[in-house]
Design a protein around this ligand. Structure first.
Ligand SMILES: [Zn+2]
Length: 329
């Protein structure tokens, strides 16, 4: 169900509820407005991907911390409650809830348009959308524009910032047109340090009037140049699993590390890279600019930094093999 539910207080049981049990309390995508001392609300979004639970756990901790006395209003959007029930990114019948925030004529698109309209009417202060990775990645923030207010919001989270204009249908990309907006990638699900880090960050943002004075020197900015996808007709697995694409079992160790030209990340039995496609920002670039499949070995062509490499092959099929990045600053 993709009809938007709206509340003006915390639903009973919400603060103790596990993500997979939320369906007992919430009927579907839900926007919860809590008023605080400062009127303009911080928009906090979680569970756009139903298997990514760090955001919900952090929100619960933050709400208990303030115990009803919020220094600033908060509007929480709890996204894919149905997929969370089954611990899935999204259900097979659903669209990816972080790809429905611009364009499109479906029910889901109408629902997110409504969320954006409601938050614009309320003079939204900033947008924070919280995610997890399936592979090992350091914590980082993603911005859709390089304007200073967005970068400043990201810097509060940490010194790794990714500037990505693709996909442009994400929640934070849509919100970046009306307020400072970031996507947080807070490590793997179940890692307590992710909940600690995100909770501290949310408390900081809720208490702040203005974050633009934060330290402006100490950060690394990366730019997503391409996204590598595995074609639907091809299978993907780990070395020795007899699939079209097979990855090194520890391939996620390359995330946020500069891979030299010629670094092997896996094997392929389909010559010419027919199982891989490149989607991305720069339409003039081709897969062969970045990866080669010569001799059945999947290797980098030039020095490049990946993110989101994972050994969870279901997620690779649903989303992508990896993002490829270059360092800007
Ligand atoms: Zn996600």
């Amino acid at each position: 169900m993709s009809r938007l539910e709206e509340y003006s207080s915390i639903p009973a049981g919400f603060l103790e509820c596990e993500a997979s049990e939320l369906y007992r309390i919430l009927d579907g995508p839900t926007l919860i407005h809590l008023s605080g001392a400062k009127r303009e609300p911080l928009f906090i979004c979680t569970l756009l991907h139903g298997n990514e639970t760090t955001g919900l756990q952090s929100l619960q901790r933050v709400l208990k911390h303030f115990d009803g006395a919020l220094p600033r209003s908060v509007s929480m959007f709890i996204g894919n409650v149905e997929a969370a029930r089954y611990r899935q990114r999204h259900l097979p019948s659903q669209l990816d809830y972080n790809r429905i925030w611009s364009g499109g004529e479906g029910n889901e698109h109408a629902m997110t348009r409504k969320v954006l309209d409601i938050m614009a009417d309320r003079d939204v202060f900033a947008c924070i959308d919280i995610h997890n990775n399936t592979g090992r990645n350091p914590h980082y923030a993603i911005v859709a524009t390089q304007e200073e207010v967005h970068l400043a919001l990201a810097r509060r989270f940490g010194h790794r910032i990714v500037y990505a204009t693709y996909p442009d249908t994400s929640c934070s990309a849509a919100f970046s047109k009306i307020c400072p907006a970031v996507t947080l990638e807070a490590g793997v699900v179940g890692d307590a340090s992710g909940v600690d880090h995100v909770s501290r960050y949310l408390i900081d943002c809720i208490q702040s009037d203005d974050w633009r004075d934060s330290d402006t020197d100490d950060f690394n900015l990366y730019h997503t140049v391409a996204v590598v996808k595995v074609r639907e007709t091809c299978s993907v697995g780990i070395l020795g699993e007899d699939k079209d694409i097979e990855l090194l079992p520890d391939v996620d160790r390359f995330n946020f590390h500069l891979m030299d030209a010629g670094t092997q990340i896996g094997t392929t039995r389909n010559a010419g890279g027919v199982c891989l496609s490149l989607e991305g920002v720069d339409r003039s670039s081709a897969l062969s600019d970045y990866l080669t499949t010569a001799n059945g070995e999947l290797r980098t062509v030039k020095p490049i930094m990946p993110a989101m490499l994972t050994t969870d092959c279901e997620i690779i099929k649903m989303d992508c093999l990896c993002y490829l990045m270059e360092r800007l600053l």
